[in-house]
Ligand binder design. Structure first.
Ligand code: AMP
Length: 305
């Protein structure tokens, strides 16, 4: 099995949606990613928490294929984020971001992780993403995420990251901002010229599209139609975890494998949004995951006349 090294945030989140409110629950980009990817393969989590995290990590990640040797605990408080969603769940306002121990975070990759074949660089400062890559020996595949914040504030460092990754996973507004093109087909081509051969654009409730330089075409998947969506937090990170986790598990990059990885990411994200925080992912069984994967096949299948 090919392990995945994942670096990103582990957080305490407070979240308000039209369906409820929770405070100081476990979140963070690397948390959602790791839980999702662990359905397929071994995850090596590299992140930082504060003293206030206590033994939360053991409770959340325990009993799963998630190795915590790279999870640092530093004096101070854990990263905290609060978000509030609008009526249709498509708009979100960040109420606050307290970096706390994240400000002093220096990713130190344990020696045993340096040969990790698959790497996911979560949404953190591009400088830190580069630091991680400098510590890894010849990975087979590197995927990364970023956000508007870094596109605007650290464009030069982000350009360096782009040259060293195989897959970029971002949302549509980020793709437009990064490329300067409003049209997503043009945006995708421009981004591929910056480095990543494969680009995955997440479009929230409109699904996801992928383009590969080798194939020169697009693969698209809708989002799963769901009756109960309570908290979209972490959907993108969960998608990335399912996608990269499945690629690592299969060890292939052919078209069929890439497409299945997109669908597994989509299906895992559809579970994540059904309840607040990590709740739905934590009680998700492999049988439920497989059943919804089959349902998704029926949803998107059609025959020529
Ligand atoms: P998403 O809904 O995909 O944007 O992911 C939300 C998760 O990302 C939450 O659990 C937050 O704790 C975390 N998060 C929010 N802002 C940041 C940031 N600036 N850096 C790292 N993680 C963040």
């Amino acid at each position: 099995m090919n392990p995945v090294l994942a670096v990103g945030s582990v957080a305490f989140d407070s979240i308000k949606t039209p369906f409820g409110e929770v405070s100081r629950v476990v979140g963070g980009s690397a948390t959602y990613f790791s839980l999702a990817a662990s359905f397929f393969t071994q995850v090596r989590l590299v992140a930082v928490v504060g003293e206030d995290f206590g033994d939360t990590a053991r409770k959340v990640f325990g009993g799963r294929r998630i190795d915590l040797a790279g999870l640092q605990q530093l004096p101070g408080e854990t990263f905290r984020w609060k978000g509030e969603y609008g009526f249709d769940l498509n708009t979100r306002e960040t109420v606050y971001t307290h970096l706390n121990v994240f400000e002093k975070f220096q990713p130190a990759i344990p020696a045993a992780y340096r040969g990790s074949p698959y790497v996911f660089l979560g949404n953190i400062h591009p400088r830190l993403q580069l630091d991680v890559l400098d510590q890894i020996e010849q990975p087979r595949m590197v995927a990364a995420d970023t956000m508007n914040y870094w596109i605007e504030r650290t464009p030069d460092e982000l350009r360096q990251v782009m040259k060293r990754i195989d897959i970029l996973i971002i949302n549509d507004s980020e793709a437009r901002e990064l490329s300067g093109h409003a049209n997503l087909v043009k945006a995708a081509a421009a981004i591929q010229r910056m480095g990543p051969r494969t680009l995955v654009i997440k479009r929230g409730e409109h699904g996801v599209m992928m383009t590969r330089a080798e194939a020169g075409d697009f693969f698209a998947a809708p989002a799963m139609p769901l009756e109960d969506v309570r908290d979209p937090t972490g959907a993108g990170d969960t998608f990335a975890g399912g996608f990269v986790g499945y690629l690592a598990f299969s060890g292939n990059t052919d078209d069929a494998t890439m497409a299945r990885a997109i669908v597994y990411g989509t299906v895992l994200a559809s579970f994540a949004v059904e309840d607040f925080s990590l709740n739905r992912l934590l009680r998700l069984s492999e049988e439920e995951l497989r059943a919804r994967f089959r349902q998704f096949k029926a949803l998107t299948h059609f025959d020529e006349a």
